[in-house]
Design a protein around this ligand. Structure first.
Ligand code: AOF
Ligand code: ZN
Length: 342
């Protein structure tokens, strides 16, 4: 069996439709229904968890028997489970769809298997069409599915001698303007930005992502972890998103909750205690260390206890890249013993 030109074009279109949907607990998925002669009969996409899946959205735009004998072109394998909605594989079979082209296998243990179900009902199925584009569209979702939690970046800024602040606690600004701009750009790419209450009280950060003075279109959800109260006039309370507060030390519980809320990537901004806790808990998939050409001395270390009692237990890291940023250097690294690498 081959994938026809009209089906290829329909997949490109389905990918465009998919991108209209929101990032969240569910993947972005698009679907196009084609007549046997290759005309577009209907288009659909997934509007977010709890709403109709892309295939069902597309089918709902067709009257009665209009999909009988038609081809469905979908960016993800039609699901096979009853979750918040019913199985798409069944909806396609019931609508009389004769052929299904999809890009990516559904990685879910429960939701997967739709292709087999379709084949079992006599539907022709082709997998893998434009899989790379489909994968890159939902790569963060796929990573979060694999990890069972958001992908986590732990970031800090340090002096060349590994300090995050001067003796009196002041830390603005260790790094220069290029490094700060880089941080904001990366913040804007994350779904959530996490700080401890210590940093929140010491720095009163806005936790927004800004390009100079103007906010980026996408703002990460601010998350504050710790037992101390956030003052009523704290800058973070003026963030465009509601703040998520977690009065717990159980980081696994925090990331599980973020995952349920559809947060696919998170950026941990400090301070040293929280950054160290994420590393100790095995929850740091990527490390960003901004190193500035200053010496601070003293005991305000960039990291505290990361569970290394002796040198043989040192947490080995792999540096993927050293990025010069003005007179600063950014190390983009991952922990060798973490699986959440991508
Ligand atoms: C599809 N088409 O458009 C999407 C799919 O809880 P539910 O019912 O919304 O199911 C969510 C799961 O369904 C999700 O984790 C993923 O495996 C699949 N998403 N499948 O056939 C769609 N969005
Ligand atoms: Zn579905």
């Amino acid at each position: 069996m081959t994938v026809h030109e009209a089906e290829r074009r329909a997949m490109s279109r389905a990918l465009e439709l998919a991108a209209r949907g929101p990032r969240g607990a569910n993947p972005q998925v698009g679907a196009v229904i084609l007549s046997p002669s290759g005309e577009i009969l209907a288009e659909g996409w997934h509007h977010g968890a709890g709403t109709a899946h892309a295939e069902v959205d597309a089918l709902s735009k067709l009257p009665g028997d209009a999909a009988r004998g038609a081809t469905a072109v979908v960016t993800l394998e039609p699901c096979n489970h009853t979750g918040r909605t019913g199985p798409c594989a069944l909806a396609l079979i019931d609508a009389g769809i004769a052929r299904v082209i999809y890009a990516l296998d559904d990685p879910g243990d429960v939701s997967g298997g739709g292709a087999e179900r379709l084949r079992g009902a006599g539907v022709e199925v082709e997998a893998g069409e434009q899989a790379d584009d489909a994968r890159s569209l939902i790569s963060d979702w796929l990573t979060a599915q694999r990890l069972g939690r958001p992908h986590i970046t732990v970031k800090w800024a340090q002096s060349l001698d590994g300090r995050a602040a001067a003796a009196d606690g002041t830390s603005q600004w260790i790094t220069g303007p290029f490094a700060r701009a880089d941080v904001h750009r990366r913040r804007a790419a994350a779904d959530a930005i996490i700080v401890g209450t210590g940093t929140m009280l010491a720095d009163d950060p806005a936790l927004t992502a800004r390009d100079g003075d103007s906010p980026y279109d996408h703002q990460p959800v601010p998350v504050v972890i710790g037992s101390r109260e956030t003052p009523a006039d704290a800058a973070v309370r003026r963030h465009p998103h509601d703040v998520l507060f977690y009065e717990t030390r159980d980081l696994h519980a925090v990331v599980a909750d973020l995952h349920e809320r559809g947060i696919q990537s998170a950026f941990v901004e400090g301070g040293p205690t929280l950054a160290s806790a994420f590393i100790s808990a095995g929850l740091a998939d990527r490390v960003l260390a901004y190193v500035a050409p200053v010496l601070l001395g003293g005991d305000r270390l960039a990291l505290t206890d990361v569970g290394v009692p002796t040198i043989s237990a040192a947490r080995r890291i792999v540096i993927d890249e050293w990025v010069p940023l003005g007179t600063d250097m950014l190390a983009i690294a991952r922990l060798e013993d973490n699986e959440g690498v991508r």
